[in-house]
Design a protein. Structure first.
Length: 247
């Protein structure tokens, strides 16, 4: 069914019904009513999110960057707000064995200039040591600020786990956590997913509600983010001659 990570285009799959344009447009218009309601509900949820209380965290909590340990407040780079992705890690493992989900979402990190223009800094806090995890960042070619939170994870996560987003607000020399999400909440940056959701066959994952016979070759225990035994996005890095040995 799959060739080079894609559906074979020589295989016949069921297709939607073919109708005239007027009938098609009428169906689109009906769906648009639901899409607009979905957008408005998303706006209402975002408005409620902006009204959440916040909890103070220790602004001096250290994370490790390229120049060694720095306090959390320095990660803001002087800006008022901070978004952090909490990247899971497997000690002593090659690139191929690193977290496929975290690789997927980190790979979708947007251009940061638009966040910066809103006084927001973006950074990754990795569960691994800085030397090892920074080699993975370099292997992938990522350029966002990167820190190890290996020794401060307990203080920052308060019983939660890596694999999600956390938002902070800085008020002079104090830092507050304002929001946190994990699971499917991380799909906020998964633009590949958002685009696939617009297509006829969708994400092609086993959980989706699709018509009978629709292609769904991807299971969802990590398989959806891997191809031929490694995170899908890594293949282009290997083709560029990068080594996936991180130790």
């Amino acid at each position: 069914m799959l060739t080079n990570g894609t559906l074979r285009n020589d295989r016949k799959y069921p297709k939607p019904d073919v109708v005239d344009r007027a009938t098609w447009q009428a169906e689109i218009d009906q769906l648009l009513v639901r899409e607009k309601a979905h957008t408005r509900e998303g706006d209402a949820i975002a408005a409620a999110r902006r009204r959440l209380p916040m909890v103070e965290v220790d602004a001096s909590t250290p994370v490790v960057g390229p120049d060694g340990p720095v306090p959390l407040i320095d990660v803001f780079e002087g800006r008022r707000q901070l978004i952090v992705y909490l990247h899971m890690w497997h000690d002593g493992s090659s690139a191929a064995e690193q977290c496929e989900g975290c690789t997927f979402f980190t790979e979708h990190t947007p251009d940061l200039s638009y966040l910066h223009s809103r006084d927001v800094t973006y950074a990754t806090f990795c569960q691994g040591t800085y030397p090892e995890s920074a080699r993975y960042r370099d292997f992938m070619g990522w350029t966002m600020p990167w820190y190890s939170a290996r020794d401060s994870g307990d203080a920052l996560l308060a019983g939660r786990s890596f694999g999600g987003y956390v938002c902070y607000l800085r008020e002079e020399d104090r830092v507050f956590e304002t929001y946190w999400t994990t699971g499917r909440g991380t799909e906020v940056t998964g633009t590949s997913y958002r685009l696939l959701d617009l297509t006829t066959y969708g994400r092609q994952e086993t959980w989706e509600d699709s018509p009978a016979g629709w292609p769904q070759p991807y299971a969802t225990a990590g398989e959806q983010f891997r191809h031929d035994g490694r995170p899908t996005a890594q293949w282009s890095r290997l083709a560029a001659g990068r080594s996936d040995e991180l130790t």
